[in-house]
Write a protein that binds this ligand. Sequence first.
Ligand SMILES: Nc1nc2c(ncn2[C@@H]2O[C@H](COP(=O)(O)OP(=O)(O)OP(=O)(O)O)[C@@H](O)[C@H]2O)c(=O)[nH]1
Ligand SMILES: [Mg+2]
Length: 510
Amino acid sequence: MPRTPSLYSTDSQVDPISQVMRAGHALESPDQRRLRLEHEAEAKRVSEQIDEELRQEREKLRRSRGDVKLLLLGQAESGKSTLQKQFQLMYKPNSIEQERSSWRTVIYFNVVHSLKHILTTLEAWDDSFDDAQPSGYYDQSPSSSNLSHGVPPVPPVPSGMSRAPSRPESPALSGSSRSNRITYLRNRLSPLLDTDSHLADRLSGGITVSGSGKGGVFVRSGWQARTIEKALGKPWGKNANEVDYRRGREGHMPDDDGDILLQEVGRMLSALKEDIRELWAHPTVKGLIMKRKLKLDEWSEFFLKDITRIAAPEYIPTTDDILHARIQTMGVAEHIFDVDLHGKSVTWHLFDVGGARGQRHSWIPYFDTANAIIFVAPVSAFDQYLEEDPRTNRIDDSLQLFTQVCSNALLKSVHLVLFLNKTDLLKAKLDNGLKVQKYITSFGDRTNDYETVVQYFRAHFLQVHRRNNENRRVLYTHFTSCVDTKATQRIIGNVRDSIFRGYLQSAALV
Ligand SMILES: Nc1nc2c(ncn2[C@@H]2O[C@H](COP(=O)(O)OP(=O)(O)OP(=O)(O)O)[C@@H](O)[C@H]2O)c(=O)[nH]1
Ligand SMILES: [Mg+2]
């Protein structure tokens, strides 16, 4: 950048101000001269640093003009971060390897949190279930997310527990002996449940966000590296607020050898796996689930039914485990990939946003520059209500949110894709006899089968789009299950091609 002829001008001989200053310099003492030169050198260094930063910013802006910016939008738990993981698997599989060990903390947290939820619900039913009303307050969102801000010591493992003590087998039970057995399991599991807040604290970095209810904990972008750093007590990798998969990271994230919290939780899980298995298979738990008095998170069953594998001392999360692990996104996390277009590499910025109501304000700054949106709506959620507002049905909330996206003036020319997600869970619910009409009265007496239900929901989203489509843009819809890697990657390929077609058209117009 051309500089104005002042401090560092080579024309200073003809600059009258420089001449006056030079006359002043002649009167300086040696110390004054040294100080002046030091100040000048420092000012020059700062000025050059600012110039360099400006140059880099301009270069980034210049280069990013040709980039694709893709927003993943949708309510909490719709599957945005799961879809982001699928992009990561497809375009930068090595980065999943690098992060693999950090997911162990999340999965342990998911297991402990699920157990806590089961035992709290059992308590409300006096550890027995006979279709009676609960005797205590039954809270679907146990207040177990009161995260502590400090770093409290890990509770000690009860003596002998880490060496898998012998445990009395469950005899054939009925009535009160069943509830006695649950009391026994509750006592055994109690030290493990106490680790819930420590694991949450590790993941969130001590940040409590209002609304972190049953999901338990919000994490900011870059939590994987921070989790490991906190465990090891030393910095690891760059302190990123964006994850740039192109540059990659040096080496793998270290494993958790130095992490006392994870070691302790791992030891407890290993020692208590039979107790967890017994609780999970207990007739009272099964009865409460069947009668929908105990509503577990979708990921709970995935991990609890496989507890023997997860509780193994050498447990390393599989890719399937990582796809099922649940942690709430806070704010907006940017992920950067290089994607090939006819042999030319195009940089994609994927913005994965937090979908809870309290997080949605942070989306707006990204609307201006977005080229494309994938709106993720979980169609299995017809029988669920928002955690942030238990009066709002989750399908209703998705439709309202989609209306806002379709009608937003800043987004009127973005490429719009709709993922009607969690179709696998929808199928399972319908197979189990759940009636849509009970929750969505307008469904009426239509047939309660998968095809009718998905087409009914799709028609509602298409109608919202039609009513808010001044620009006559196309809406691309897909039925998805984002935990199914093969199917999702095929759909991502389709979406990529359709976004590129739009990208090439707009590039031709420039
Ligand atoms: N079975 C099944 N589970 C899914 C599917 N998509 C996502 N999940 C699970 O649903 C849970 C929530 O998914 P996330 O991707 O964390 O949801 P999100 O939209 O990022 O939520 P926020 O970050 O809170 O906005 C995770 O445990 C996922 O494994 C799906 O298609 N089928
Ligand atoms: Mg998320």
